[in-house]
Write a protein that binds this ligand. Structure first.
Ligand SMILES: Cc1cc2nc3c(=O)[nH]c(=O)nc-3n(C[C@H](O)[C@H](O)[C@H](O)COP(=O)(O)O)c2cc1C
Length: 189
């Protein structure tokens, strides 16, 4: 791809709102995850891992979200349960981003978290580059016991949300408002 096209692809990227079948097949998902593994990573610690949720896995994901909310709140009405569960069905496939830090004398945990966070964006970009829509989502609760079990979370690991991936329904896109660089950037010269 010529450089200006790559620039436009990056500058005009937008998250998807409605994602449906078809989802990427296994080899396409693997390509997407490979790009996840290219993020800047001090010391090459790879302080992340991915869980791909699809098919019936979505029900397990849905149940684990409800369980986390129940454990946090004590109780949850049916409407809220249904709303939480629907998050797992918002796309045919999700890539859950797990932050998995290493004990390291030189690389502090915050750097590892920064690196792991980059993987979410890399997964979004790779999905877009391969023709799929994507959006990074989260659910606002600490993982409960079922989520820890379902995603085999170690004590030091945490979920940084997930990327919904699928075929984007056609929609009118307005172009992005450029970033107000006077407000968000500072040139030290
Ligand atoms: C860690 C993380 C979690 C997010 N969780 C949600 C979410 O639960 N719901 C939501 O609408 N957007 C969420 N977002 C924001 C969307 O991914 C997206 O960036 C936003 O809708 C703006 O769209 P854009 O990417 O096209 O600018 C999250 C972003 C990040 C980085």
């Amino acid at each position: 791809m010529p450089a200006p096209e790559i620039y436009n692809f990056l500058a005009q990227r937008q998250s998807a709102s409605i994602l449906v079948e078809p989802k990427p097949d296994r080899s396409t998902v693997e390509k997407i995850l490979q790009v996840g593994g290219t993020v800047p990573d001090h010391g090459g610690l790879k302080p992340y891992r991915f869980v791909v949720v699809e098919g019936e896995g979505r029900e397990k994901f849905a149940e684990s979200m409800v369980n986390a909310a129940m454990e946090a709140k004590g109780t949850l009405d049916d409407k809220k349960k249904a709303k939480l569960k629907s998050k797992a069905y918002a796309s045919p496939l999700q890539v859950v981003i797990v932050f998995s830090p290493e004990e390291d004398d030189k690389i502090p945990e915050w750097e590892q978290m920064a690196s792991a966070s980059c993987t979410g964006y890399a997964v979004v970009l790779a999905a877009n580059a391969l023709g799929f829509g994507a959006v990074w989502k989260s659910f606002g609760f600490e993982p409960g016991s079922l989520m820890q079990q379902t995603f085999q979370l170690k004590k030091n690991e945490r979920i940084l949300g997930w990327v919904n991936i699928g075929t984007e329904m056609d929609r009118e896109r307005s172009s992005r408002t450029p970033l107000d660089l006077k407000k968000f950037a500072f040139f030290l010269s």
